[in-house]
Design a protein around this ligand. Structure first.
Ligand code: SAM
Length: 264
């Protein structure tokens, strides 16, 4: 959302994510949870405005229609065009429930385009409820005027993620042992320069980036050693204090967006 968009965005009308295609005069049948939320929680009446988005067709204004038995929305006009998602992946060792809920919501607010759980040696949670992650991603997008929902990957072992990593994607390894203590300088030095692994296009436009944060127990030494061998990697210090993994998510994504992302 550009600053102009932000100034125009309507944060008063409720926003709903729907799966349906969006076009003028389309009718969207509402499921029970969304109908209950609009009618009984927000106490909206027929004709009241709602904003809807599906991650493909931009944002549209709609009005409450249908009956209490068959609740629906009637789509009227487009309020914002669909924007292309950033190419910003967030790789993380899964956290326990409430902390993971928080981390997913903050990563979506920060504009990530992919959430990838990574099973590291000291990870606390080997299984992740992907439906819960998706519900949290949708809730954050609905509340913050976001048009793109992130892709959500199945949890994958650390070694597979590293083996499959494409060198043209800058890997920001959040490492409390990083030598360069100035995170801004470290990220600025990692800005894409055309090279054998970074195509010119990436150097000019939004370069593909992945941010990696470890588990509560930190990375194992052999994981750190494997990471430090990778090309197109930057070790990012998040300051002199050890941050909890969900705090590290917000701090790291803020720094990356400010120096290399869309906060300019
Ligand atoms: N090693 C500590 C431990 O045993 O609990 C803390 C690990 S910390 C909770 C989890 C992750 O957050 C780390 O693996 C790292 O990716 C990131 N992190 C936390 N504090 C950091 C800092 N000051 N600089 C860089 N990364 C940090």
């Amino acid at each position: 959302m550009t600053r102009k968009d932000m100034a125009r965005a309507d944060f008063r009308s409720p926003r709903l994510h729907v799966e349906d295609a969006l076009a003028a005069d389309a009718t969207i049948a509402l499921g029970k949870p969304q109908a209950h939320y609009l009618r009984n929680v927000l106490r909206l009446e027929a004709g009241d405005p709602v904003l809807v988005f599906n991650g493909r067709d931009g944002e549209w204004r709609a009005t409450i229609a249908g009956t209490s038995k068959r609740p629906a929305l009637t789509v009227t006009e487009q309020t914002r065009e669909q924007t292309a998602p950033l190419d910003l992946h967030y790789l993380f060792a899964p956290l326990k429930h409430e902390r993971l809920d928080y981390m997913v919501q903050k990563a979506v607010e920060m504009g990530v385009s992919r959430l990838q759980p990574v099973l590291t040696r000291h990870v606390q949670m080997h299984r992740v409820n992907l439906d819960r992650m998706r519900a949290n991603a949708i809730e954050a997008a609905e509340q913050c005027g976001i048009l793109n929902l992130p892709a959500i990957g199945e949890p994958r072992p650390f070694d597979d993620v590293i083996a499959a990593r494409k060198p043209e994607r800058l890997l920001v390894f959040c490492d409390e042992g990083a030598e360069v203590k100035d995170p801004i300088a470290a990220l600025a030095a990692a800005r894409a320069k055309p090279s054998a692994v970074v195509p010119v296009a990436a150097a000019e436009g939004g370069q593909p980036i992945a941010v990696l944060v470890g588990p509560e127990g930190g990375f194992a030494e052999e994981e750190r050693a494997a990471l430090l061998k990778l090309p197109n990697l930057v070790r990012l210090s998040l300051g002199p204090r050890i941050l909890r993994a969900d705090t590290a998510a917000v701090a790291a994504l803020a720094l990356v967006q400010a120096v290399l992302g869309d906060w300019k």
